[in-house]
Design a protein around this ligand. Structure first.
Ligand code: S3P
Length: 440
């Protein structure tokens, strides 16, 4: 389905609460499914990606009762007693569900009923192009047996008893780190993961709430001891800063806009977007006002005004890794030049985000130079026109935001991909004064 975003002449205004955090929802679905007994999750994200993970847990033997909550889903999960699934587990578009599950399953060989099992993990076309060796190789070094099609999905996991290991990663990746920590829970001994730079730390923050001791040696090194049983409990999901980023960006771009973003996760390993906006001259105030589990949550008040281009420091990249489509969009609307480097990881996300963003911005008359590891964007006016999101939810939402301030409407082809992470995006934006309209 195509979406039309029309420039607005009345500023956006109002209060907005983002949907539940995708990373936390995936992890909670897995951890409550693994923990023996009755757990609950409030505010579970209603999106294709997270529903696929929950369905996978059901295929593995967890029972889930679903109720529509005030915000997203409220889940009652009966976990433990898992068994190999009858068919393949389908993760659709979700790299997080897929990679974390490889970690979980590869290590279950010592559990009753799992020895000799063979579990196939599948995904959509985009997921099947994304690199999986980054998880398969370190797990194999612990004794995992995972067959793949040359390091890509579909993979077949044959659960084993894993040995613990100290891993030194050459990439800051929360998905890889989390897959190894989750496998480490079932390995014999201490599993340690060291990264070159901090990545999001939701797994480390969640595990203690399941009764698991996590040893953090600093921002880039973490260990877990194998053989710790997970304890059932009650959990809540903070608002997703990565979904809120689109709304904040709209608030920053539309002159005179004033938005209050509430209940948003402000974990310091996820707030690179705010740092980058600040460097681009944005006016906002972020305040932490409570904790949801071990996650800081608060509000961000944003004000529309003019942005300027910036040089994005490489250390900000992992802390804003999902926000680069919208950051590149902001750069296109800012005055001056924005330079992004050491961001080659963006080429292996739901799409090649550097190529897709550069080519589609160019279609709207933006002056862009694509580089192997980033881009140089000359900001200014954005023409109306037609773009394709390349099957990427975050690129679809980025162009929907840019349409509000372009010279003429922007039509986003195949914008239904936003269902991957944020099915309510159009309604939420329109409630704040945007003009987004699905075309038949
Ligand atoms: C995620 C980690 C990030 C991010 C993804 C979610 C997670 O990937 O891009 O959307 O939940 O762990 P990498 O850790 O591979 O960079």
């Amino acid at each position: 389905m195509d979406l039309k975003s029309t420039p607005i002449d009345t500023p956006l205004a109002g209060t907005y609460r983002p949907p539940g955090d995708k990373s936390v929802s995936h992890r909670l679905a897995m951890l409550t499914g693994l923990a023996r007994g009755q757990s609950s999750i409030r505010g579970f994200l209603d999106s294709e990606d997270t529903l696929n993970t929950a369905r996978a847990m059901v295929a593995l033997g967890a029972t889930i009762d679903w109720t529509r909550g005030d915000h997203g889903w409220d889940l009652e999960v009966h976990g433990g007693d898992l068994h190999p699934p009858e068919g393949p587990l389908d993760f659709g578009n979700s790299g997080t569900g897929y990679r974390l599950m490889m970690g979980v399953l590869s290590a279950l060989g010592g559990e009753a009923g799992w020895a000799g099992a063979s579990i196939r993990l599948i995904g959509d076309r985009s997921l099947s192009c994304r690199p999986m060796a980054r998880v398969i190789d370190p797990l194999s070094a612990q004794g995992a047996v995972i067959e793949s099609s040359d390091g890509h999905a579909p993979v077949t996991v044959m659960p084993q008893r894993l040995r613990a290991k100290r891993h030194v990663l050459n990439l800051a990746s929360a998905q890889v780190k989390s897959a190894l920590l989750l496998a480490g829970l079932s390995a014999k001994g201490t599993t340690t993961v060291e990264e070159p730079a901090p990545s999001r730390d939701h797994t480390e923050r969640l595990l203690p709430a399941f009764g698991v001791e996590v040893i953090r040696h600093g921002p880039t090194q973490v260990s877990v001891e194998g053989g710790q049983a997970l304890r059932a409990g009650h959990h809540e999901v903070p608002g997703d800063i990565s979904s809120a980023a689109f709304v904040m960006a709209a608030g920053l771009l539309v002159p005179g806009a004033r938005l209050e973003i509430t209940q948003v996760g402000l974990n310091p390993t996820r707030d690179g977007f705010l740092t980058i906006c600040r460097a681009m001259g944005a006016t906002y105030q972020a305040t932490i006002d409570r904790r949801v589990g071990d996650e800081p949550v608060g509000r961000v008040d944003v004000q529309g005004g003019s942005l300027v281009g910036a040089t994005i420091a490489p250390e900000w990249v992992p802390l804003a890794i999902d926000e680069f489509p919208i950051i590149m969009g902001l750069a296109a609307a800012a005055s001056g030049t924005t330079t992004l480097s050491q961001a080659e990881e963006l080429r292996v996300k739901e799409s090649d985000r550097l190529a897709q963003m550069c080519s589609q911005l160019e279609r709207l008359g933006v002056n862009v130079i694509e580089r192997p590891d980033g881009a140089v964007i000359q900001g200014g006016e954005i023409d109306g026109g037609e773009v394709d999101c390349g099957g990427d939810h975050r690129i679809a939402m980025t162009f929907a935001v840019l349409g509000l301030v372009a010279k003429a409407p922007i039509v986003i082809r195949n914008a239904h991909w936003m269902q991957t992470s944020y099915p309510g995006f159009v309604e939420d934006m329109n409630a704040l004064g945007a003009r987004l309209e699905w075309l038949a």
